[in-house]
Design a protein around this ligand. Structure first.
Ligand SMILES: [Zn+2]
Length: 109
């Protein structure tokens, strides 16, 4: 069964509209530090996170909800890796992000 973990949202300091959404089974602070080391050019900071069960399924659903806002996978000029799971979202606070997610969820009804 899918286990407990964290959904995290990282925000890029170089562009506040670009957010990385992923999941981790460790604390998001640890994941953030890994990102900061592997790709310094994104200047990620931890925007938000929540703990949940079925974390992989929750991430999949979140990505699906935001599919139209997904940034095309591209090779990073800085770290030479292909960055995935990046989304273009409005500059907003945590409440705004929550509303955006819930508003899109309601479209499923
Ligand atoms: Zn990079």
């Amino acid at each position: 069964m899918d286990g407990v973990g964290y959904i995290y949202i990282l925000e890029s300091s170089s562009s506040v509209h670009i957010k990385k959404i992923g999941y981790t089974r460790r604390h998001p602070d640890i994941r953030l530090k890994e990102w900061q080391i592997s790709c310094p050019s994104m200047e990620f900071r931890l925007r938000s996170w929540f703990k949940c069960t079925h974390v992989k399924e929750t991430e999949r659903l979140t990505h699906w909800i935001l599919a139209t806002r997904k940034l095309r996978t591209h090779t990073c000029a800085d770290c030479k890796r292909r960055h995935r799971e990046l989304f273009v979202l409005p500059e907003t606070n945590d409440t705004g992000l929550t509303v955006a997610l819930l508003a899109n969820l309601s479209l499923l009804n």
